[in-house]
Write a protein that binds this ligand. Structure first.
Ligand SMILES: Cc1cc2nc3c(=O)[nH]c(=O)nc-3n(C[C@H](O)[C@H](O)[C@H](O)COP(=O)(O)O)c2cc1C
Length: 260
């Protein structure tokens, strides 16, 4: 295994940080790597906000499903999908007027633009994660940043054509993570050949074997779940945060897409 593959193999999400701040040169190296990530049309359809204000960090620790460790992360980066900068640029360059003179149809950012910008933002984020790891700096993604969109819009002064793609916590691990690495499902469930294939219930029973038991093995879990899959469903899929995530993302989409 070469050093890059080893780094990827050993990476773990880090949620307990040493309080030492990152050095300026470390932050610069992480950001530089993120900005070197592949980007659709070389347009860099994202913005990165360094969240330094402890008050804002404390708010995020609440609004992102009450995860206190967010406030203790020495370095916090918010990755936004961003079409606003390009729309402002198009306007400043007189693009719509020129299109009208050429009798060309114009448009505003739509679903495809948002998805592309999200791809850009997430690819930059993961590049930052790997760069940080190479410097001995751990990280943890916070997907809950897509909740409470209205509050985050206010907190970061977000214009219309932006959307929080992901929040990343960085810091030196306070100690080596306890326990075994989180397993992954067998590649046969994830990597398909040429076409998508759905699995039978019998096949799916094996999906949780890397986690120590068949998927449907009867076992008592919190909240009345009777197997590991029910536990996931109750803890994740129908948890309060999932309903909030759906509400928030829907509001944001309305804002991005509605005709004005
Ligand atoms: C899109 C995304 C969102 C995530 N959101 C959270 C989160 O809100 N809180 C958290 O503690 N971990 C979060 N994680 C980290 C995952 O829980 C973690 O990657 C997973 O359990 C596998 O563990 P590992 O990264 O140590 O291999 C997120 C990861 C991803 C990729």
């Amino acid at each position: 295994m070469n050093r890059t593959l080893e780094l990827i193999e050993k990476r773990r999400s880090i949620r307990l940080f040493d309080s030492t701040p990152l050095a300026q040169h470390e932050k610069e190296a992480i950001l530089h790597a993120a900005l070197r990530a592949p980007t659709a049309g070389a347009m860099m359809l994202y913005t990165i906000i360094e969240v330094n204000d402890p008050h804002k960090k404390a708010i995020l620790a609440e609004t992102c499903d009450h995860q206190a460790f967010i406030a203790s992360a020495p370095y916090l980066l918010l990755f936004l999908a961003d079409y606003q900068r390009w729309m402002d640029l198009y306007e400043a360059a007189g693009c719509a007027a020129r299109a009208a003179e050429l009798d060309r149809q114009t448009r505003t950012p739509a679903e495809g633009d948002l998805f592309l910008a999200l791809m850009d933002a997430l690819i930059a984020a993961q590049t930052a994660v790997i760069a940080a790891e190479s410097l001995g700096i751990g990280s943890c993604y916070i997907g809950d940043i897509i909740e409470n969109w209205e509050q985050h819009r206010e907190l970061f002064n977000l214009p219309r054509y932006t959307f929080p793609a992901v929040l990343l916590c960085f810091g030196r691990p306070k100690r080596a993570p306890l326990g075994n690495p989180v397993p992954r499902f067998d590649p046969k469930f994830i990597v398909h050949q040429d076409v998508y294939r759905r699995f039978s219930a019998e096949e799916l029973n094996d999906m949780h074997l890397p986690f120590g038991q068949p998927s449907f093995e009867p076992k008592e879990y919190p909240n009345g779940a009777q197997n590991v899959v029910q536990a996931n469903y109750l803890r994740k899929f129908i948890a309060d945060f999932s309903f909030e995530m759906t509400r928030s993302a829907r509001e944001m989409l309305k804002n991005w897409l509605e005709d004005r």
